[in-house]
Design a protein around this ligand. Sequence first.
Ligand SMILES: Cc1cc2nc3c(=O)[nH]c(=O)nc-3n(C[C@H](O)[C@H](O)[C@H](O)COP(=O)(O)OP(=O)(O)OC[C@H]3O[C@@H](n4cnc5c(N)ncnc54)[C@H](O)[C@@H]3O)c2cc1C
Length: 427
Amino acid sequence: MPMYQDKAIKDEIMEKMILKNRYAFFNNNLTAVLSPEQFNFLRKVQRFCLRYQKKNNIQHSMDEDIYKWIPDFGAEGYVTRSHQMDELDIHYEEHGAVAEMMRVFACDQFDTQFTMAMGATILAINPIKVHHEGIPERLDALRDLITGKACGAILITEPERGSDAVHQLTVTEPQEDGSLIVNGEKIYNTNAPKAKWVVGYGSAVANEGNKMTQYLVNTSWDGWKSERVFIPWTPKIWIGHNYFTNLRVPPEYVLGGVGKGREHMFEGLVPERLGIAIGNVAQAWTALSHAFLYINMRKQFGQEILKFQGVGFTFVDMWARTTNLTLGLLKFCEEYDKKMEKFGGEIPRNISQAMIASASHFKLEAARLTERTCYEMANLMGGAGVCDNTLMWDLVGISRIQEVVGGTRQIQQYILSMATHQLWKMI
Ligand SMILES: Cc1cc2nc3c(=O)[nH]c(=O)nc-3n(C[C@H](O)[C@H](O)[C@H](O)COP(=O)(O)OP(=O)(O)OC[C@H]3O[C@@H](n4cnc5c(N)ncnc54)[C@H](O)[C@@H]3O)c2cc1C
């Protein structure tokens, strides 16, 4: 299967834009700031991606199934490295926010849509990790997801409840035996049609935020139906429109009973937004790496296009912005890891509250960065940037949805406006 429908870029240039060289550009940017441990883990995941791509002859063509690769990455512990998984007897030497950042940087250069799909599984992993309470059924689901044996999804958004996520219309009716009966509709849930495990939200009474619940569902249960919503900007990722019809969630799978759902949803938002910001910065680097190689080789008017200010200066502007945001995120992740260690894996509420604003700062800025950087880097590559010969078309597409997912740009601004007022009250 060819990588593209027609070869638009000449071999000499294509041969240089390979994953190995893109990693080399990226690594040269970070060697000075990463610790040896951080850099070694980054290299380890990169080596795995290089070998995996070669061994499986992965071409990143339009018709490739990215979901097929997840079990192999999971077997290496590369679905996520945010957590240590002692409860499953899985012990990752490298784990935490920084390790996760390194994993995402390596995986995104390999395949950006694949990396986003794994990211949605992480959104299901996070709440189970925090709320499994040692219950075997929950631990089984966690093991499936962390090892890549199964795919996961998070179900917050509904057709009539997007940004206003606390007023859920999905009804989760509590039963005497502790189970929930779920009826409702969810939409735009990444991975849902492919998922074995989904974490959903609802409310005992429609529209009542203080009666919200959180529950885990095995999609083989009666009462679950999932249809694909096709998002043309991310054609390889399966997004779901899902229906619950009298679906019974047994008590072992109720992660947050009536009244607990809202709190559980908010506690997941800091890691979710941080994860999206890391993914966004990684996308910017993947785009920069392609353009860096291309503009150093492509000639017009008898010289490399990098030498024209319109090209070179556009490149360096986005390069500087991406570098700065990377350093900011790295510092934040290092501090996050230190606090997790200091407080035994659970950051006190007052500190985690303070992190809400930082997570929104990063999400807001990183989504904007990837949108601009991917577009500008494709633009610098001319026709070569917009045809299907490289991963640039994936990047232009995926970067266009980042201001919508995980809370829109306007919602981040709204959160930050409220935080500004809170800070004022503290003066
Ligand atoms: C590719 C993709 C993947 C997704 N994955 C998931 C997933 O895995 N799980 C999940 O649950 N959801 C997912 N979503 C849903 C996503 O979180 C929502 O689309 C998003 O929260 C916005 O909701 P909405 O689409 O209903 O838009 P609306 O909430 O209807 O917003 C429409 C517009 O109004 C603005 N707006 C709304 N309220 C305000 C306000 N108070 N102040 C200012 N502006 C406002 C918004 O910013 C936006 O511009 C995904 C969406 C996409 C596109």
